[in-house]
Each structure stands twice: as C-alpha cells, then as structure tokens.
Ligand binder design. Sequence first.
Ligand SMILES: NC(=O)c1ccc[n+]([C@@H]2O[C@H](COP(=O)([O-])OP(=O)(O)OC[C@H]3O[C@@H](n4cnc5c(N)ncnc54)[C@H](OP(=O)(O)O)[C@@H]3O)[C@@H](O)[C@H]2O)c1
Length: 295
Amino acid sequence: MRVLVTGATGFIGGRLLPALRAAGHDCVVLTRDAARYDGPDGVDVVEGDLLEPGSFDSAVEDCTAAYYLVHSMESPDFEARDRRAARNFARAASAAALSRVVYLGGLGEESEGLSPHLQSRRALEGVLRDGDYDLTVLRAAVVLGAGGASFELLRQFVERLPQFAALPLPAAVRTNCQPIALDDAVASLVGVLDASETRGETYDIGGPEVLTYEQLLRRVARAAGRTLMTMPVPWLPRSTATYCLDRMTGIPTVMIASLIEGLDNTVVVRNECPRDLVPVDRTPVTVAIRRALAE
Ligand SMILES: NC(=O)c1ccc[n+]([C@@H]2O[C@H](COP(=O)([O-])OP(=O)(O)OC[C@H]3O[C@@H](n4cnc5c(N)ncnc54)[C@H](OP(=O)(O)O)[C@@H]3O)[C@@H](O)[C@H]2O)c1
C-alpha cells in the first residue's frame, strides 16, 4: 500500500517509517524542509507545509492511506495552527480520495476538563473526521522513547540532578498515567492499518502499568542512577516547576508549560485497542525507560 506519513521527521513518525517499510508499504514523507530529512532510503520525500493549502498536494496523490502525526506544540498559538493544518490536510486527503487516515492523539477524559494541549489534540479528531475517508484514532499518554518531548523532559531533568536528591513537587504529580513504549505505539499504528475492522474506530493504547507521574519520575531517576526522594506539596506553584524545568532542560518553555498543565488529567486506557485485531506485546515501563535511556 502507498502510505503518506506526515510528521515523519518527528519522534513517532521517524520510528514509524522503517516499521512501515518493513511491513512492505511504499512510503511518502511530508516535511517542511526536505534537506533536513534523513530517514530510510527508498522513501519519496515531498516538501510542503500543511498550513499552506496547495503546497503538499503531490504528497497525497496516489496514496491509499495516511498517518497524521503532526503538531505545533512549540508554538504559543498551537491550537489555531493545529486546527488549520488538520483542516487543510482533511481537504487534500479527501480530494485525493484517500481511503484511510490514522491519527495518534492523546488520552484523557473530556468530562474531567482537558488541559489546552490535550483539548487541542482531541479537537483534531473532529476536524480530521470531517474528511471523506475512514479515520482511525489511537489515543496515547506519554510515549517512552528517546527524543519524545515528555520523556526528554523527565530524562534531562533527572540527569541534571545530583546522585542523591530530595525534591518538592506540585501535588498534581499524584495523577495517574499509563505510558507506552515507543516500539509498542509504533506497532499499534502499523497494526491498525492491516486490520480493516479498525476503520472508523477510536481506541486507547497504553503499556502494562498504571502509575503516578511521581512514580514515573522516580523510575526514570532510578534507571539513570539517581536516588530521588519526592514530596508532593499542595502549595507549590506550577510556575515554580515550569521555571525549574525550563532552567534545567532544553525543552521549549511553551511545551513545558503545556505538559505541566496536563498533569491534572488522568491519562489511562479505558477503551483498549482489541489485541486480537492488533496484537502488540506490551513492554514493561522500566524496560521501556532503560531502552530509551540507552539510545
Ligand atoms: N510524544 C508523545 O509522547 C506523544 C504522546 C501521545 C500522542 N502523541 C501524538 O503523536 C503525534 C506525533 O508526535 P511527536 O511527538 O512525534 O511530534 P514531533 O516529534 O514534535 O514532530 C512533529 C512533526 O510535525 C511536523 N509538522 C509540524 N508542523 C507542520 C506543518 N505545518 N506542516 C507539515 N508538518 C508539520 C514536523 O515536521 P517538519 O518539521 O519536518 O515539517 C514534525 O515531523 C502528535 O499527534 C502527538 O499528539 C505524542
């Protein structure tokens, strides 16, 4: 099948591409800067910008399916940009008569009030669903892998800590999350394309464990050789956490602020992607962390 991968230069798209090639698909990549693309050989690379209609028509041409793995979280007006990009994509994909689109969004219960970042991810489902193709949505929490914004935030933070550290943390670190290993997220993305029963469906994907963000941070610290004592304190302002992470990591400030806001949202699997349709061995969280640190 000829498949377009948007976001192929990104964290998840970059790993998805070789997996799609290994599964026997012909791949086309869309990027705003073809000169920066250094993915696998044998892939057609198209330079275009989803914010500029007409600039990426040749990428969707002749494709049967596409992955939508784009976001502009580094930009302060990410909500408006993401909406425009998804709307332009849906129109072009419909005009090119694509049969299927797969979108990776975020977990979280709308009824609990999503953070702006998670709300924006969720809103894109509706925008993409307007196209004349079958949309499959997978929703994930933190994806554990080298280069992912959330994982890098944790990794860079703990690696700058001394060998032994005691830290006050915002109380929201007691919220539950269900991280997933990058390889498992990629296997799910590839798997839904091969399972036509998943057309038009929305599923949650996650690893084998639910844990709090505090536990996740401590696991990353332990795997990085640090001994960390943590104390969630209700009065600690989030702005303090954002400030510290901003000083200690190379992650853009706007991304840090979005991720800290998202700490309030429980992100656990409720409507699991059926394993008989998409069989994926779920990597234990600690194994996924060790692999990501080793990369
Ligand atoms: N990372 C996680 O932990 C995580 C967790 C849950 C869900 N997700 C979802 O997974 C998807 C991919 O996330 P990621 O972490 O892999 O993202 P990423 O590494 O930040 O990559 C974003 C991609 O978007 C592309 N892009 C941005 N604006 C564009 C535009 N105007 N036109 C064309 N391409 C554009 C970029 O391509 P160029 O710069 O080459 O143009 C880049 O490849 C997102 O939908 C995200 O919500 C991620």
